[in-house]
Design a protein around this ligand. Structure first.
Ligand SMILES: Nc1ncnc2c1ncn2[C@@H]1O[C@H](COP(=O)(O)OP(=O)(O)OP(=O)(O)O)[C@@H](O)[C@H]1O
Length: 292
């Protein structure tokens, strides 16, 4: 089974927001970053994937299975790390582990001890004395100790210092080295993804903008600058977003080769970071209601 997560035409409607016909697949053995602006619907999609919310329509399959018939089996193989830590603060990590471990048939006490030592976590101090980084490490140690095949995280690096973020990314990297584990996580820190992600799922206003390999995104998206006389109505359609001033234009295009064939060396091209892509997509949708 090469597809670990599969969403097909998933819709979920709240009073003021809609997850709109979302479809994507997450491949086994890779790290996929889930990006989108505040309020794009990432946490909602993650809750749907975790069966904490149910779709109004569409299908969600995890390891090829449906929650309706295989919830226990699916959950057994998922490690879920939240941004809000769900630990009881008056318990120690050891006590917390004693509550959680029996929930998993695959719980591996030796592996838990390994992560506790690796992350330098005190087992007998109350969790309320832990820093945010220590809570994240605790959450991860527990999540990793039942041999999960799929690790899902909602904003795991939010609020963590750069040193811990780097350590954390190195841990994730190690986890997927054997190509058996799959990691899917949302983040606003797109530079983290540029270090580690193989694939990117980009959600904007409840809709999928694209799902692509990071490498392909790097190769295809480009920031273009040039003088206004290079533009006409047809050429403008090539841009995801275009900003014009008296001095010239600056825009984001998603087919670098094509745009270069149009402008040649009359324009300037820069590589577009994920942050640039998010920024320009938002700018466009602020101008128009939706983007193609
Ligand atoms: N249970 C709910 N009932 C009604 N509206 C909700 C509910 N959960 C989320 N929403 C709305 O759905 C929208 C998307 O929220 P969501 O938390 O999924 O976005 P997000 O991309 O994770 O945002 P952020 O990056 O800021 O965490 C928001 O407008 C939010 O108010």
């Amino acid at each position: 089974m090469d597809t670990v997560i599969e969403l097909s035409n998933v819709t979920k409607t709240f009073k003021d927001f809609k997850i709109n016909n979302v479809s994507f697949q997450i491949k086994k053995g890779f790290v996929t970053g889930f990006v989108g602006a505040n309020g794009a619907g990432k946490s909602t999609v993650i809750k749907l994937i975790m069966n904490l919310l149910q779709p109004d329509s569409g299908e969600i399959r995890i390891f090829g299975l449906d929650y309706k018939t295989h919830e226990k089996e699916i959950k057994e193989h998922i490690a879920f790390v939240y941004d809000d830590h769900v630990f009881y603060e008056n318990l120690t990590l050891n006590n917390m582990k004693k509550i959680i471990a029996p929930l998993y048939t695959n719980w591996d006490e030796e592996l838990f001890k390994h992560y506790v030592i690796k992350f330098q976590l005190p087992l007998t101090k109350k969790l309320k004395t832990f820093s945010k980084g220590m809570l994240m490490k605790s959450s991860l140690a527990i999540a990793l100790s039942h041999h999960a095949k799929l690790i899902i995280m909602d904003e795991p690096t939010a609020g963590l210092d750069p040193i811990f973020r780097r350590e954390f990314l190195a841990i994730l990297h190690e986890l997927v080295e054997d190509e058996e584990k799959t990691i899917f996580f949302s983040t606003h820190i797109t530079s983290d993804l540029e270090h580690i992600a193989d694939y990117i799922v980009f959600l904007h206003d409840g809709k999928i903008q694209f799902v692509d390999e990071l490498l392909t995104i790097d190769e295809n998206f480009t920031l273009v600058k040039g003088s206004l006389d290079l533009l006409d109505r047809d050429i403008e359609k090539e841009f995801i977003s275009l900003h014009k001033t008296e001095l010239g234009f600056e825009g984001l295009a998603k087919d670098k080769k094509h745009i270069m064939s149009l402008f040649g060396n009359l324009a300037m091209y820069e590589s577009a970071s994920l942050e640039d892509i998010m920024f320009y997509t938002k700018k466009r949708s602020d101008t128009f209601a939706t983007i193609d």
